[in-house]
Ligand binder design. Structure first.
Ligand SMILES: NC(=O)c1ccc[n+]([C@@H]2O[C@H](COP(=O)([O-])OP(=O)(O)OC[C@H]3O[C@@H](n4cnc5c(N)ncnc54)[C@H](O)[C@@H]3O)[C@@H](O)[C@H]2O)c1
Length: 366
């Protein structure tokens, strides 16, 4: 089989932890080129990954490497411009979340990608947690009955120092909502269908005007905490809470929970036990249930679910989904459509917070 020539743009945290390990383990995928505006990081990645060349200019990278597919993992403000450059170069694209800075921008990105005929994917990584695969199956098989209500929580402690580009609206779009909330919007919609209306609250709790090395920096202008209530079109209600300053929840105590309460049974996903769920039928307390083998990874994925730290390794299945969609000539799941959908909900939450009222989520273009 002719190797798929993959390019990586933005070589920081998530590229090193998720994209490179994901793509480099897939047989028939070649990491053909890497690019980052930080020359020192390019040199470090070249050494770590045994790459003979690396680029700091994306136009030159696309012209010279001519990748067939590209993973974009830069700060959010650059996603739109880079997605357009990659599509114009004729390549398929997987882009990090949030897909854009706001809902109107994600509509444009989705429509441009759709018109290109190339494959497009939003990196909603948590869809690939084995426990999430199993929960999705249980919901669709009707094992929980009619879904009545649900709760989604992501609570961590990132400390009170500056956290780089993530703390500025002009680079990130929003704070905790776009960073952690957007994943939960996406998997809530994956499990329960579209969110129709939201109300919420958000808080910026600390200034983050000092870097970890003691240097002063510009104060943050985004939220550290956000909570919202959602009404799904199905009639289910959901309560969501995300926070970056939750003492007791970090660095290894990060809490990520989705609990679904149906007419027949309840089930709980927790990121820290990705190979188990909690499950209870009517009248029973929760019991641990092992995720069956068929849900421990995506079909055909080259990953061994028994190898490595299961809290980390599932993330590689995201790359497998992207490559499989290219090879099979089908849409990726989740695609840019889902990136746009999640942003429609996120912008509605921000509007609800600002106006202190319920907001209807706009209907997205197909
Ligand atoms: N899916 C997930 O689970 C997940 C996890 C973490 C981060 N993310 C997302 O991934 C993206 C990157 O986050 P990160 O934590 O890796 O950030 P990071 O700051 O660690 O890395 C970003 C890299 O992009 C580079 N960069 C900036 N502008 C660029 C440009 N124009 N062209 C090329 N490179 C450029 C920077 O030099 C940096 O090395 C963000 O959109 C973030 O929301 C997603």
């Amino acid at each position: 089989m002719k190797p798929l020539r993959m390019g990586l743009v933005g070589l920081g945290g998530v590229c090193g932890a998720v994209h490179y390990p994901g793509f480099s383990r897939i047989p028939g995928v070649e990491i053909a080129g890497i690019c980052d505006v930080d020359q020192g990081l390019v040199a470090r990645r070249q050494q770590e990954w045994g790459m003979s060349s690396g680029y700091t200019d994306v136009d030159q990278f696309l012209r010279q490497v001519q990748p067939e597919a590209v993973a974009i993992a830069t700060p959010n403000v650059h996603h739109q411009e880079l997605v357009y450059k990659v599509l114009d170069a004729g390549a398929h694209v997987i882009c990090e979340k949030p897909l854009g800075m706001n809902y109107p921008q994600t509509v444009e990105i989705y429509q441009r990608a759709k018109a290109s005929g190339r494959r497009h994917m939003t990196a909603f990584t948590y869809r690939f947690v084995p426990a999430m695969n199993f929960l999705r199956h249980l919901v669709r098989a009707g094992e929980l009955g009619q879904l009545r209500h649900a709760r989604f929580q992501r609570l961590q402690d990132w400390g009170e120092f500056a956290i780089g580009w993530r703390q500025y609206k002009d680079q990130a779009g929003s704070g905790e909502l776009g960073d952690m909330g957007i994943h939960r919007i996406d998997f809530a919609e994956d499990l329960l269908g579209p969110i129709q209306a939201v109300c919420g609250a958000a808080r910026q709790l600390v200034p983050r005007d000092q870097r970890p090395d003691g240097q002063a920096c510009r104060s943050q202008d985004v939220e550290d905490w956000v909570g919202w209530i959602a009404e799904f079109s199905s009639g289910t209600t959901g309560v969501f809470e995300m926070g970056k300053l939750t003492k007791g929840r970090g660095p290894d105590g990060g809490h990520d929970l989705a609990e679904l309460n149906g007419s027949e049974a309840s089930a709980v996903y927790q990121l820290h036990t990705p190979h188990q769920i909690l499950f209870a039928r009517r009248g029973e307390p929760y019991q641990l249930r092992e995720v069956p083998g068929e849900f421990l990874k995506r079909a055909g994925s080259p990953r061994d679910p028994g190898e490595g730290d299961p809290v980390r390794t599932f993330r590689c299945d995201q790359a497998w989904e992207f490559v499989s969609a290219i090879r099979e000539g089908r849409e990726c799941v989740p695609s840019f459509y889902h990136g746009m959908r999640a942003q429609a909900v996120a912008d509605s939450i921000l509007e609800a917070v600002a106006s202190r009222r319920w907001v209807e989520v706009p209907v997205c273009p197909a």
